[in-house]
Design a protein around this ligand. Structure first.
Ligand code: AHM
Ligand code: MG
Length: 326
């Protein structure tokens, strides 16, 4: 495994970003600042997530509290926090979010970047105190700076991402990201309010023994998926499924495994969204040496045609994804 805790403790995310700034093709410092904005939003969400257990005291989200104020759901709060952090940062001109039907035009025509995000994924796990995550993709706009944001800006292929990452709110909170030169993971120390480099240059094991799929849908999967599951059982692989994409992905990234959300009878394109769930994890996985496909095509090569488009998703260790495809 690639964990390099001993050598890395002490490097904060800020220092790391600064050190790596010259790696960027456009080293103006804006992308570095944007990554810092995301980390800040992550810290704020971490705080909210850790208070979620107080829900029974302060009133359930979505209901009124004792003062008669509306309690907002945690995923809505996360969305608001992220948008605010990105707006205040000033580098972003538009956001695509799972929480919003339309493109969020920040009316910042000087912003060079587009962010696609799922501010709080796996939110059905909040009430049961199970890990959840934030997923983000960063693109450079294709339209000229100083003009209105266009649909082409926000509907870019995953291969155009300049950076992508996720935050995992688990037993520790982690930020894992790539700018196309490998993957690095940072663990949050809440007592210091800092992320520290804990997983330098992450690599996914080439092969693995964990398969992650909601097997409850078995009868509605295509025969090829059913066959692959049977194959996993024949090989006595381990089944692990949290139902929280970031957590399932992160475990497989560290230990070696495959995550599958296939097409089903009810959902022929699967459940997960290309623009703000699959693209980011596909880029991270490839950068760590793994693969990501929709069953036929490389995820990063799919041209999106709508904001909330869904795709079947097979992601993980290279050999396992290749096996599943054959
Ligand atoms: P969400 O964006 O509504 O939270 O749904 C996405 C989540 C993923 O985190 C998870 O992998 C998947 O849905 C689980 O779906 P299912 O319950 O169908 O297995
Ligand atoms: Mg989601």
């Amino acid at each position: 495994m690639q964990t390099k805790l001993a050598t890395s403790v002490g490097i904060t995310l800020d220092r790391f970003i600064k050190k790596k700034q010259n790696d960027f093709a456009f080293a103006s410092g804006e992308l570095s600042q944007l990554l810092r904005d995301i980390a800040l939003a992550g810290k704020i969400i971490d705080r909210e997530v850790n208070r979620a257990g107080l829900i029974n005291i302060s009133g359930a989200y979505g209901t009124e509290n004792v003062q008669g104020e509306e309690q907002q759901k945690l995923d809505v709060i996360a969305n608001i926090r992220f948008i605010r952090a990105l707006k205040n940062g000033g580098e972003v001109c538009a956001i695509v979010s799972e929480e919003d039907d339309e493109i969020l035009d920040l009316n910042n025509e000087d912003g060079r970047y587009i962010v696609a995000m799922d501010p709080l994924d796996g939110s059905s796990n909040i009430d049961v105190n199970v890990s959840i995550g934030t997923i983000f993709s960063i693109f450079r706009r294709v339209s000229p700076v100083g003009s209105k944001v266009t649909k082409e800006d926000v509907l870019q292929k995953g291969s155009e991402q300049v950076a992508a990452g996720y935050l995992l709110y688990g037993s520790s909170t982690m930020l894992v990201y790539t700018t196309g030169r490998g993957v690095n993971g940072f663990t949050y120390d809440p007592s210091l309010g800092e992320f520290f480099l804990s997983h330098a240059d992450m690599k996914i094991p080439e092969d693995g023994k964990i398969y992650s799929i909601n097997e409850g849908g078995y009868r509605s999967f295509e025969p090829k998926v059913q066959k692959y599951i049977e194959n996993c059982k024949d090989k006595k692989y381990t089944a692990r499924y949290i139902g929280s994409l970031v957590a399932d992905f992160h475990r497989n990234l560290l230990k070696g495994g495959i995550y599958i959300y296939p097409s089903t009878e009810k959902a022929p394109n699967g459940k997960l969204r290309l623009n703000y769930e699959c693209n980011a994890l596909a880029m991270i996985c490839e950068q760590a040496g793994g693969l990501a496909t929709d069953g036929e095509k490389r995820i990063l090569d799919i041209q999106p045609d709508s904001l909330h488009q869904r795709v079947p998703f097979y992601v993980g260790s290279k050999k396992m994804v290749e096996d599943a495809m054959s």
